[in-house]
Every structure is written in C-alpha cells, then in structure tokens.
Design a protein around this ligand. Structure first.
Ligand code: PSV
Ligand code: MN
Ligand code: MN
Length: 388
C-alpha cells in the first residue's frame, strides 16, 4: 500500500473545501426539476446538511450562501447556527440573473437606474458579509447579448468597470471581491466576462482585494484549464475555484467525475504555484445534484478532491525536474503518470481512521440514519433557485 509521508499528511490535513448552499436544494434542467425527499426547507436546514458532510470528512468547514436564495431576517443568528454545527459561513454569491430589470444587463446596463439597483444589491451583499463574517463576495454575471450589433461591447466593458469600482470601494479591509468568468450562457453571442483575461483586466484595475474566480465548468471544450491556473497564480490573482465537472457545457456535475485526470492536473499546478494551503486561494464546489442524493453527492465530491490532491502531492518533484531539464520527455511524463495512477484510497482510509474519522465517509453517512430522518421530517423542500 502507498504510504502518505508526514509532509503529505500535513498538507492534506489543512485542506478545506467550501460547499455551496444550493447543492442541497432541489435543482434541475430547464426541462424538469425532480423533487428529492429530505430537501431542506430553508437556509438553516441547508447548513445542517452541509455540516453532515464536514462531520464525516473534516474537509468542508464552510458553506457559501447565495443572495436572495438564502435570505434570512437575522444573519448573525444564521452564523451562530452554523457555528453550533461546527461550520462557518463562507462566500456570499450575488444574484443579478433572475429579475426582469436585468434582461439587458445589470452592472453593464445602459440605464443608470438599473445599474444603481444592481450595485445596491452588491452593497447589500457586503452588509450581509459583515454579519456573517464572510471574506469573499463572488460575482458571476449573466450579462451579454445574443445578436451581433445588439450591444455596444466596449461601452458595456467600461460601465462594468465603473460599477465594480463602486462595489469595490465598499469592501472592508479583510474582504475581497472575486469575479467569475464564463464563456457563454445565458447570452450566446457575447458574454461581458467570458474568459480569465477579461476577469483579470477588470479586477487588476480595481486593486489587491479583487481576484479572479475560476469555475472549472466555464471553458470551451479542450481548454487547458491548468495553464490558466498556473498563469493566474503567477499573476497573484487566483482568488477562488468553483469546482465541478462537465461533459458538454456548464453541467455542474460532481468534481472529478467526468475527468479525474484533469482535476489531478489542475491540483498539480495549484501545488506548483504555492496555492494548496495558501488562504488566498479558496476552494469551493459549485454543483447541483439533480438525480442523485445531495448529501452523498457532496461527500463524494470533497473526497474526489482529496484523492486527487493526495495523488498530485505524490509527484516526485526532483525526478520530474531532472527529466524536464534533460529533455527526457517520456521520463517526465512517466513521473507524472506514476503519481496519477497511484491508488491512494487505502492510505487515505487508514489516515482518516488514525484521526478519529470514518475510514469510509460514504458508508458512515449511509449508516448514520440522517438521510432517513430528513426524508421523514422534511416536506416541501425548496428549489436551489434556478427556475424558481
Ligand atoms: C451559473 O453559470 C453559475 O453556475 C455560476 O457558475 C455561478 O457561480 C453559480 O451559477 C451560482 O450563481
Ligand atoms: Mn460557478
Ligand atoms: Mn456555472
């Protein structure tokens, strides 16, 4: 059995993956939302479910909220609830994609009144961050156009910068803004923040507290995502990840399910760039569980990230470097692949047990009775927000 060195163990021990509250709500495609028994009825129950993931894995100490999906009267109370369950409230996600006023844009809109409304929403999100103790405001914009000529591409970029500057000015000393990019959808001809370069240009003009968020599902097929990870770290602007996996578009499937090797390559570059245990890089999931059970779906996800992290930490850096320098292409590739093909699951199970955690978190959750209890207790769970 592969053994995990003390260095690897300590790197793994610090790993923290933030869970999205919306992963616990009902979600679906534009064709159908399947109701799942036991779905949370409010943000309190979503946090309770997220805490279960952390209880069996010790990998998920915080939960991201989405406003207004997770709107409550008293955020300090919600924070206490989370803390009582052993988790923190994390990133606050804004939402400017479900309001008729935003049909032609929000932060980029031609009409100053609409821009003001969208900016005000983000300022409200920062007020919430003050109460929840959250560090990061995550902005994903659904803005763009469908037809050539429909929109003034340049003007929208300028207005986006102006709007972001107002939001940025309201951030506290320890707060940050992360700007997510996505190459298409819901707009199909152009998107105002389609790629890492645009996000980088926008946040670089704001200042040190603005960073890029990389969602692994938001690239064209075939994109070398690990190259982007490397570049953003080089530039000191990789603020956060939204992990998920995709076959075709923004599928939001379980991270590491579609292409574990891609996840391995991404994490290898994170480690190479010093991002693994660097608090400036936040690791989040952005997923939906449309047909599988949600809590086990999240447990599987954080375990996939842990497994690929352990494998990436196994890469023999000295041997790799020597092969690279000597131009031994196949030896370098073999060092890389040796680590990727190593089955770390038995070693991780043993290590978990040595820390008082279940060797098999999926089995521990299944045996805990929690799923049966929520299915019996909760009726009328809420949608995550899509189509709501
Ligand atoms: C829409 O593409 C999206 O999936 C973005 O990735 C956001 O992070 C997420 O929704 C939540 O707003
Ligand atoms: Mn995302
Ligand atoms: Mn997405």
């Amino acid at each position: 059995m592969t053994t995990l060195t003390p260095d690897i163990r300590s790197a793994l021990e610090q790993q923290a993956i933030e869970l999205p509250s919306w992963a616990f709500g009902n979600s679906g495609t534009r064709f159908k939302v399947f109701a799942t028994p036991g779905t949370p009825r409010d943000p309190y129950e979503k946090i309770a479910d997220a805490a279960e993931v952390n209880r069996v894995t010790a990998l998920a100490p915080s939960v991201a909220l989405h406003i207004p999906w997770d709107k409550v009267d008293d955020y300090a109370d919600l924070r206490r609830h989370a803390n009582d369950l052993g988790v923190e409230l994390g990133t606050i996600n804004s939402n400017t994609f479900q309001d008729d006023d935003y049909k032609f844009g929000a932060l980029t809109h031609e009409d100053p009144a609409v821009r003001r409304k969208a900016i005000a929403h983000h300022l409200e999100c920062i007020d919430i961050m003050d109460a929840t103790g959250s560090r990061d405001l995550k902005i994903w914009l659904a803005e763009g156009s469908n037809y050539p000529g429909q929109a003034d591409l340049r003007g929208r970029q300028d207005r986006l910068q102006e709007s972001l500057q107002e939001i940025y000015a309201r951030l506290g000393d320890d707060q940050r803004l992360v700007l997510e990019y996505k190459f298409f959808e819901p707009a199909f001809y152009h998107t105002d923040v389609p790629d890492w370069g645009t996000s980088y240009a926008q946040v670089a003009a704001l200042g040190d507290k603005a960073m890029v968020c990389l969602d692994t599902g938001h690239h064209a097929p075939g994109t070398n995502i690990e190259f982007i990870v490397m570049q953003l770290q080089r530039l000191g602007k990789l603020g956060s990840f939204d992990f998920n996996s995709r076959f075709y578009a923004d599928d939001d499937l379980i991270v590491g399910a579609a292409d574990p090797f891609q996840l391995f390559r991404i994490i290898f570059e994170v480690i190479r760039g010093g991002g693994l245990n660097n608090p400036d890089v936040a690791f989040m999931l952005d997923q939906c569980h449309n047909v599988e059970k949600k809590i086990p779906g999240q447990i599987r996800s954080v375990l996939n990230v842990q497994e690929m992290t352990a494998r990436a930490l196994l890469v023999d850096g000295d041997a790799l470097r020597a092969a690279q320098i000597s131009g031994d292409v196949l030896a370098a590739n073999a060092v890389f692949m040796d680590a990727f093909y190593t089955d770390v699951r038995p070693a991780l199970a043993e290590w978990r047990e040595s820390r008082g955690l279940p060797a098999d978190p999926m089995a521990a959750y299944a045996a805990s009775g929690y799923q049966e209890k929520i299915e019996a207790d909760r009726v009328g769970g809420v949608q995550a927000g899509w189509g709501a």
